[in-house]
Design a protein around this ligand. Structure first.
Ligand code: ATP
Ligand code: MG
Length: 138
């Protein structure tokens, strides 16, 4: 499983119509897409997904945003997928994201930052199973 990670193209990016460009960048970077679907999360589903952040001051804002519009959930495969996907995403705050990263190009703010990526192999497995059944992965 260490060659898999979980990603989300967040509601801000789908709303702006840049999800196609982001998917192209993912493919160009050498990832294989093993699972992908467009979903509109309920508030409860977003709260469950981001439960680790429930004590943080931005939890309400974050879960409201993540349930505000459709997003694309993805299972991505590449060698060292977790750090490779985080490198392509760039820093959480787009103001600090490096040139060539998705957040530099597509994020609007620290909250509406275009993409999500798992931060460890363990969390990738948990996050994949939160949104995908085994049958949905190719
Ligand atoms: P993600 O988990 O979405 O991939 P990340 O790992 O870079 O992002 P985290 O610290 O896990 O960053 O924060 C989760 C998400 O919460 C961020 O992507 C962002 O949308 C939101 N967030 C983080 N910090 C802030 C903040 N100070 N104000 C508003 N929203 C924030
Ligand atoms: Mg995170």
């Amino acid at each position: 499983m260490s060659n898999l990670t979980f990603g989300i193209i967040k509601p801000d990016a789908v709303r702006k119509g840049v999800h196609g460009s982001i998917i192209q960048r993912i493919l160009d970077d050498g990832f294989q897409i093993r699972g992908m679907k467009l979903i509109h999360q309920s508030r409860k589903q977003a709260e469950g997904f981001y439960a680790v952040h429930r004590e943080r001051p931005f939890f309400g804002e974050l879960t409201k945003f993540m349930s505000s519009a459709p997003c694309i959930v993805m299972v991505l495969e590449k060698e060292n997928a977790v750090p490779e996907w985080r490198n392509l995403m760039g820093a959480t705050n787009p103001a600090e994201a490096e040139e060539g990263t998705l957040r530099k190009e597509f994020a609007s703010s620290i909250g509406e930052n275009a993409v999500h990526g798992s931060d460890s192999v363990e969390n990738a497995a948990i996050e994949i199973s939160y949104f995908f059944s085994k049958l949905e992965l190719v």
